[in-house]
Design a protein around this ligand. Structure first.
Ligand code: C2O
Ligand code: CU
Ligand code: CU
Length: 517
């Protein structure tokens, strides 16, 4: 609580301190300028596009091969203006990769970008050396070939670069794609499954553009405006959905599944419809919920995904909007972190006749079971403050935690300041089991890999780790506000043979692929 009070005092005190009336007026002007909205400014004129779906047939050995070529390009987002971009197999964003539980997969990632990068499979359970974190740098003009067995329930995952210190920039320029994992239950779960028809990926991003049409990655430095808030990252005033500005999407079926991905650097959305129609949340980041949950609003922090099912009546329109998000940061800081912003995202236009959709079931038989904790679980405490975790900035050579393979643990995450933080842990699935001592709200209870820290205080996670071990290659845990991650709000953990936790070295010897970016 002390932190909250101090920040408000700093900001309001600043008005009085730094020069009376003139400064106060500036401050108020700045304050009003930071409330953003595009409502009424769109005409929904561009038809939404969907990333190409890659679903390769298995080769003779039963392995599916995907190939991605990261390269610069140009794209017209706004009429009459070209923007320099990065993308995979195209100028902006990346194809959707379809995979199945049980698949053997391999990916060839060719880096034709002007910089070294990595490609991380966010939400995927795979060996640390295939994870695409900051230790798996792909040099310019070289190709990285990870391979793994998919072994996890149906879910909406995504992929994006993860080079330490530059993740924000690389994602902002456009390298991000979705992964759809299916399992033996998902085809018969009663959910829409036709990609681009009634099963729609929606990759939501906010951008700023320079007058000449180029992406603007500069951060508005509002340390001048509000003391103590200087690391929010980029918050854009223009929304792209699947790389399309001002989009609409035709609806041809009674129900549509939306796979929502917040691939923004820092913005938090609160999704709903302008007519307040209810929708059903059916899946969280790492799999289906036990039963559909009816909602009218849903918060989505950077890195978070959600699958929702929406019903339509023939011949009607509605707009998917982000309402001012409940970021739970104190006044007036919340204003400067996007807490008062409203953005229309995409208009849905239902045809005069709609094809039948499957009834939404009351429960999902194939949904992952809630994670069960052992009697005396290991409890790890991580405190997120500023851009550090437990008072330490990321060090690529330091192992912060060593986890025994297959363990189920409690990770107790403290949000210790009045900023927005979203915690992501690689290579595992977790359930949120407590928010400040209380049961979490229903929409936070599904299988997750990323979670917004909704309060100053403590969120307890039940984390189930995989059994894949590596004594030399760590997984990451970090804040998914990319500015925070790049500034060092990240740590590393090894997963090792149970009983050997004490024997592994907590220092890594880095090769020179790490020394600079
Ligand atoms: Cu979405 Cu460590 O990443
Ligand atoms: Cu990840
Ligand atoms: Cu953060």
């Amino acid at each position: 609580m002390a932190t909250v009070r101090r920040r408000v005092l700093l900001s309001v005190g600043g008005v009085a301190l730094v020069g009376g009336a003139g400064w106060g007026v500036n401050w108020l002007t700045a304050y009003s300028r930071y409330e953003q909205s595009n409502v009424g400014k769109l005409s929904f004129r561009n038809r939404l596009k969907f990333p190409e779906l890659i679903d390769p047939k298995p080769d003779g050995a039963g392995r599916r091969h995907y190939s991605l070529r990261l390269a610069p390009g140009t794209r017209t987002f706004r009429r009459g203006q070209k923007t320099d971009t990065w993308g995979a197999n195209g100028s902006y964003l990346a194809p959707t990769l379809r995979m199945r539980d049980g698949d053997e997969v391999s990916v060839a990632v060719a880096n034709k970008l002007p910089e070294r990068t990595t490609l991380h499979w966010h939400g995927m359970h795979l060996p640390a050396a295939m994870d695409g974190g900051p230790h798996q740098m792909i040099e310019r003009d070289s190709t990285w070939r990870p391979r793994w067995s998919v072994h996890q329930p149906a879910a909406t995952l995504w992929y994006h670069p993860h080079p330490h210190g530059s993740t924000g920039k690389h994602v902002y320029r456009g390298v991000a794609g979705m992964i759809i994992v299916d399992d033996e239950h998902s085809k018969s779960a009663g959910l829409p499954t036709t990609y681009g028809v009634d099963d729609l990926p929606l990759i939501i991003q906010d951008k700023n553009f320079h007058d000449d049409g180029q992406f603007d990655f500069t951060e508005t430095s509002f340390s001048d405006d509000v003391a103590g808030v200087d690391n929010r990252g980029v918050l854009g005033d223009t929304i792209l959905v699947n790389g399309v500005h001002d989009p609409y999407v035709p609806v041809s079926t009674e129900r549509v599944r939306l796979r929502l991905l917040n691939a923004s650097n820092a913005r938090i959305y609160r999704i709903g419809f302008t007519d307040d129609r209810p929708f059903h949340l059916v899946a969280a980041e790492n799999g289906l919920l036990r039963r559909p949950l009816e909602l009218t609003r849903l918060r989505l922090a950077p890195g978070e995904r959600a699958e929702v099912v929406v019903a339509f009546t023939p011949g009607t329109k509605t707009v998917l909007r982000s309402f001012p998000p409940d970021i739970n940061v104190s006044w007036p800081t919340d204003r400067f972190l996007g807490g008062d912003d409203t953005f229309d995202l995409v208009e849905f236009r239902a045809s005069a006749r709609l094809r039948k959709s499957p009834e939404l079931p009351t429960r999902f038989a194939g949904a992952p079971r809630p994670i069960e904790l052992p009697k005396d679980p290991t409890v790890r405490k991580l405190s997120f403050v500023g851009v550090q975790i437990n008072g330490k900035a990321m060090d690529l050579a330091r192992i912060d935690e060593v986890v025994p393979a297959g363990a189920t643990e409690v990770w107790e995450i403290e949000r210790g300041d009045d900023m927005v933080h979203a915690v992501h842990v690689h290579g595992c699935t977790f359930n949120v089991i407590e928010v400040n001592g209380d049961k979490p709200p229903a929409h936070m209870t599904g299988p997750k890999d990323t979670v917004y820290l909704p309060v100053i205080g403590t969120v307890r996670l039940a984390v189930k780790f995989d059994s894949l071990t590596d004594t030399k290659t760590p997984y990451m845990f970090h804040c998914h506000v990319l500015r925070h991650e790049d500034d060092g709000m990240m740590g590393q953990f090894l997963v090792v043979e149970p009983g050997t936790e004490k024997q592994v070295s907590r220092r890594l010897t880095l090769d020179d692929s790490h020394d600079s970016h």
